[in-house]
Design a protein around this ligand. Sequence first.
Ligand SMILES: NC(=O)CC[C@H](N)C(=O)O
Length: 230
Amino acid sequence: MKAAVVVFPGSNRERDVALAIERAAHRPASYVWHGDTDLPEGTDLVVLPGGFSYGDYLRCGAMSALSPIMRAVKDHAARGGAVIGICNGFQILAEAGLVPGTLMRNASLKFVCRDVHLRVEATNAAFTSLYQPGQVIRVPVAHAEGNYFADDTTLDRLEGEGLVAFRYCDPAGQITPDSSPNGASRNIAGVFNETRNVLGLMPHPENMTEDVIGGTDGAILFESLVKALP
Ligand SMILES: NC(=O)CC[C@H](N)C(=O)O
């Protein structure tokens, strides 16, 4: 699997995700500057990492969504190529219209940094195929604008088409309002585009890939991608 991690001014999780990919794929990911216009030849997976691109001015991800590289990212997605946006990357995907919905300020109006539990809602995608359906995993969040919002018609469609990837839950897998760190609609933590080749995900699987830092639940996502992609 050949992965390209896009670096925006203010990204801060690019090395974490590149390391998680290298561990799973046994080959390094390459970094691509947001001002470039082309992805490396033969890229299988594009990663938009977490961080504070453009200092979160205007709205998180709004300016990065207009970066020159995004044209190539959209073309890659339109060809069926895999794209994952994590946290700030999810915000960029939403602003670019590559996944449905938007990310609003956390209901608490506070930056939230802690581990959360997620229920895996869909395993019929390259990103999640090695999880068990309904599996409860633990990964960290670190964001101020992770409150996923879409109108009810869109939410019903996402649920009807199985495009909700992950939901915040309690440790037993129950979907309760209290288990969401940000007030997200229907506890949604991650969504696919219609063809499930693009995933927007608010928590950070790349920061839960080693026992020494608390667990390996996040590593399974990268191992799933390695299995699914050439
Ligand atoms: N960890 C991140 O990617 C943070 C995302 C964004 N800057 C926020 O605070 O909502």
